[in-house]
Design a binder for this molecule. Structure first.
Ligand code: NAP
Length: 184
């Protein structure tokens, strides 16, 4: 992306979204980001230019007010059912990037065709540690330089693995949970 372009990050308070907001800002992008009311200050502290509280605001209207022509890219790390009119928020030729989830997220192929039919690109993203090696190095440099901060990490003992899963299933963990297996 080019500095000055606009991105919407949907699900900005989670582990992936917290990094995404900061990466986008460090790349010179203008960032709108969604989260629940309890995370508005947190997401603003990550650098988002426009924080949209999805519990009290209409995301589509908020984006139209922020950028009448739409955004260049939407990164959705929550799921298509929570962002039903995503294509309407893109400017012509824009890209909708989804993240491959362990749970079902609609009909990916149908959504891709619909996006293409309207002149957009729908990309589904998955981490690739081999191809991502250079990106990982870049990320480490950003963290070392203090330009990106690691999101909050809550450490739980291994015995609490079931509780950790329940917390993740709730869909409202801020940052990441880590299970402590042993003292190293
Ligand atoms: N394909 C891959 O390579 C890959 C890699 C990593 C993760 N993933 C997947 O990516 C997804 C995101 O992972 P994650 O670790 O960032 O966290 P997560 O635990 O799935 O997401 C937690 C965050 O989602 C936010 N959220 C929940 N409902 C929302 C809504 N309706 N609108 C906006 N935000 C909402 C919550 O914020 P609020 O509390 O403010 O609502 C919370 O901070 C997961 O499904 C994960 O499985 C895929």
């Amino acid at each position: 992306m080019i500095p000055g372009q606009k991105v919407l990050i949907h699900g900005a308070a989670g582990g992936v979204g917290s990094f995404a907001v900061q990466f986008a800002k460090s790349a010179g992008l203008l960032v709108a980001a969604t989260c629940g009311s309890q995370n508005v200050d947190y997401v603003r502290s990550l650098g988002a230019d426009r924080v949209i509280d999805y519990k009290t605001e209409d995301i589509g209207r908020a984006i139209r007010d922020w950028s009448a022509e739409g955004v260049d890219v939407i990164l959705d790390v929550v799921g298509s059912t929570t962002l039903p009119h995503a294509l309407d928020m893109l400017r012509p030729g824009g890209r909708l990037v989804g993240i491959l989830k362990v749970t079902a997220d609609g009909d990916i192929e149908r959504d891709r065709k619909e996006a293409e039919g309207r002149g957009f690109r729908k990309i589904t993203f998955i981490i690739d540690f081999e191809r991502g090696r250079d990106s990982m190095r870049e990320i480490t440099n950003l963290i070392d330089a203090g330009l990106v901060r690691v999101p909050p990490i809550e450490m739980l003992p291994l015995e609490d693995a079931a509780r950790a899963h329940q917390m993740i299933e709730s869909g409202h963990v801020r940052g990441k949970l880590v299970l402590k297996v042993a003292d190293l």
